[in-house]
Ligand binder design. Structure first.
Ligand SMILES: CC(C)(COP(=O)(O)OP(=O)(O)OC[C@H]1O[C@@H](n2cnc3c(N)ncnc32)[C@H](O)[C@@H]1OP(=O)(O)O)[C@@H](O)C(=O)NCCC(=O)NCCS
Length: 154
């Protein structure tokens, strides 16, 4: 748990995640999250991160449900399996914490993430039309994806 980390280590971690997130979400419709936002999230109950060299996954596991809050891999490191490994490690962490069902939201036009999540067993459980607003005023649908773990990892 990050709550037990020394403050300097927690701040370094939040800065590291924010730097990767900014690289990964650098498109015109993207909103990178600040180091302060990551620090605040990592302080919340049930929130945990799994880090790899060029990416990370941030999740929250509460009671028997978990949520993927964000997933990011640096552009230069993509299509080498890191995103998939992070999702699988994140799911394992969620199961360890008692989750039997995992949710996430993804933009409907995010083909890469949708393919990755479909490949790890997530299915569409809902849609929020126009949920994501970009700085340019455009709006994109959010898809709600769900995965039942039932004690077994994909
Ligand atoms: C989505 C993201 C994390 C994928 O990371 P990655 O390390 O490239 O993913 P992987 O190499 O593990 O790819 C696993 C599978 O996902 C699918 N996939 C990944 N990138 C894809 C792309 N650009 N187009 C289509 N399918 C893609 C493929 O099925 C791929 O398997 P394959 O390479 O054997 O064909 C990365 O593109 C990213 O950081 N994007 C920006 C941030 C983002 O959208 N995060 C998710 C928000 S919910």
């Amino acid at each position: 748990m990050t709550g037990r980390e020394p403050p300097a280590a927690a701040a370094e971690r939040a800065a590291r995640l924010a730097a990767i997130h900014a690289e990964a979400f650098a498109g015109p419709h993207d909103t990178p999250w600040s180091a302060a936002a990551f620090a605040g999230l990592l302080d919340q109950a049930g929130v945990f991160a799994v880090e790899a060299r060029d990416g990370f996954i941030l999740m929250r596991a509460v009671a028997d449900e978990a949520e993927i809050l964000t997933l990011a891999v640096r552009p230069a490191a993509r299509r080498a399996g890191e995103g998939r490994r992070l999702v699988l490690e994140g799911l394992a962490g969620a199961v360890e914490r008692g989750a039997v069902r995992v949710f996430l939201e993804v933009a409907g036009d995010n083909a890469a993430a949708r393919a990755l999540y479909a490949g790890t067993g997530f299915v569409e459980a809902g849609r929020r039309p126009g949920y994501y607003a970009a700085p340019d005023g455009s709006r994109r649908d959010a898809l709600l994806l769900a995965l039942n773990l039932d004690g077994a990892l994909p």
